[in-house]
Design a protein around this ligand. Structure first.
Ligand code: DUC
Ligand code: ZN
Ligand code: ZN
Ligand code: ZN
Length: 485
């Protein structure tokens, strides 16, 4: 493959600007973006006339080869990333987990797993307990290992869940380090109680899953997390926003100027909970994830919130399990491994649900699938832009061709697909990753080991002006005459 490429005659779209232009790529970097470029004979020319040329997607939320619920998510770093590239995503941020509470050990394990990568990636780290070693490891991960985000689970009682007190300590540490706290917002105590109650009522099938942990528990935890982060005055990022209940909390906080970022995921935008009611266990179990897919109405509300800016970017929570793995919960919904596919489908689904439906512009599509993620995690404009100097991670989308999603043709390793049979107008025909054509009209050409770890620096844009806000809070109280000034 040539290391010099000219993408010719397309509509180049960035989050803030769109123009008809050529894109010249050399050695993995975008060198020029301008109309009518003349190039030498050894340059590969890709015709993009009538098509959109956009930054490759960045998926902020994946779980590749993650040990979970007695098994391991079915995509490796290699297979999951190959699937991503086939669907126009050129970078993802995966959730590294501590090993027996040890963050540094968890990082080492994830770094090793990711050696087989075929595209660029970064890591979040989960914090599942609190002690001096955790605090020290967070500091090392931020200062030396390129991690700038930490996830706290308010659910998964007895496994990952932290108490409010532990969460508060973590929030303060994040703020001190300039790292972004992320939260899985469901009330874990109430979920555990709800699961027992539903199961003991004799509801043992997959439909018990959404019934046992309704959206009110997501709203409660989202509101609580936002208020604790506001108390600390640190930005907060809510992962997998699935419900109107959570949306209401985020919307209210943002209207007050509180720095909350909300991440819906493809399944939350695209599906509703009717999928859980099915006589065939597998047909329903493939949709089981947490927080659950909500009743119809939540999906449309999430789409609207994404269009009007209450939510900022789309992830997937890609965490696939095979039918065989899902069968562990055949007689007890509580044992169905939580997770579904999406890393390969996200870009097409968002195009269909948001652009084809007329809800957003193509520029906004770029923002919510790529640019906002790069900005929030402080790697813009290396990623998230088609600009001179940016990494050559580019997709070419043909708006007039259709794509049909199916387990028969997808690249993820599982035998099912939660979007089976969806036909979408709009096809990502070409994916360029690190300046190489890795997906070309149905042909995947990826290389194990070619993926690079992208370190993410602390104190991203969400931290701008935070010191001033803190000073203003202190200044408003006069301890001498005990008045608020
Ligand atoms: N939810 C899932 O469905 N899978 C992985 C972890 C999570 O929080
Ligand atoms: Zn989660
Ligand atoms: Zn059916
Ligand atoms: Zn997740």
């Amino acid at each position: 493959t040539s290391s010099k490429i000219l993408v010719k005659g397309g509509t180049v779209v960035n989050a803030d600007y769109q123009q008809n232009a050529d894109v010249y790529i050399e050695d993995g970097i975008i060198k020029l973006v301008a109309p009518n470029l003349k190039v030498a004979d050894d340059v590969r020319i890709i015709d993009a006339a009538g098509k959109f040329v956009m930054p490759g997607g960045i998926d902020p939320h994946t779980h590749l080869e993650m040990p979970f619920m007695g098994t391991e998510s079915a995509d490796s770093f290699f297979t999951g990333q190959a699937a991503a590239l086939a669907g126009g995503t050129t970078m993802h941020i995966d959730f590294a987990l501590p090993i027996d509470g040890d963050l540094a050990a968890g990082y080492d394990i994830w770094a090793k797993k990711a050696k087989k990568s075929c595209m660029d990636y970064g890591f979040h780290m989960a914090v599942t307990a609190w002690n001096d070693k955790v605090a020290k490891d967070m500091e090392i991960l931020v200062k030396e290992k390129g991690i700038n985000s930490f996830k706290f689970f308010l659910a998964y009682k007895g496994y990952f869940m932290v108490t409010d007190g532990e969460f508060l300590q973590g929030l303060r540490k994040c703020k001190e380090l300039g790292a972004l706290p992320l939260v899985h917002a469901e009330n874990g105590d109430a979920v555990a109680e709800g699961q027992t109650r539903i199961f003991e009522q004799g509801i043992t099938g997959p439909e018990g899953h959404p019934l046992s942990r309704p959206s009110v528990l997501e709203g409660e935890a989202t509101g609580r997390a936002i208020k604790l982060a506001h108390f600390v005055n640190t930005p907060l990022y809510v992962v997998h926003v699935m419900s109107i209940d959570a949306l209401d909390e985020i919307s209210r906080a943002r209207a007050q100027g509180i720095r909350v970022v909300g991440e819906p995921i493809a399944s939350g935008l695209a599906l509703n909970d009717s999928v859980h009611w099915h006589s065939d266990f597998q047909a329903a179990a493939k949709y089981v994830m947490s927080p659950p897919i909500r009743p119809a109405g939540h999906d449309k509300a999430l789409q609207a919130a994404l269009a009007n800016g209450v939510l900022q970017l789309v992830g997937t929570d890609h965490c696939p399990f095979t039918s065989e793995q899902k069968a562990a919960g055949k007689h007890d919904f509580r044992k169905i491994p939580n997770g579904l596919n999406g890393i390969e489908e996200r870009m097409h689904l968002v195009w269909d649900l948001m652009v084809n439906s007329g809800k957003i512009s193509v520029k906004d599509y770029v923002r919510i699938t790529s640019t906002a993620c790069a900005q929030i995690y402080n790697i813009y404009p290396q990623k998230g832009a088609v600009l001179p100097g940016s990494d050559a991670d580019i997709i070419i989308l043909n708006p007039n061709r259709t794509t049909t999603i199916s387990a028969k043709t997808h690249h993820t390793t599982i035998d099912t697909n939660v979007y089976e049979g969806w036909t979408i107008k709009g096809n990502i025909e070409v994916t360029i990753s690190q300046g190489k054509v890795v997906w070309d009209n149905g042909q995947l050409n990826v290389e194990k080991g070619a993926g690079r770890y992208i370190p993410m620096p602390p104190f991203g844009p969400l931290f701008d002006g935070l010191e001033k806000l803190d000073a203003a809070r202190l200044r408003s109280y006069n301890p001498v005459d005990r008045t608020i000034v």
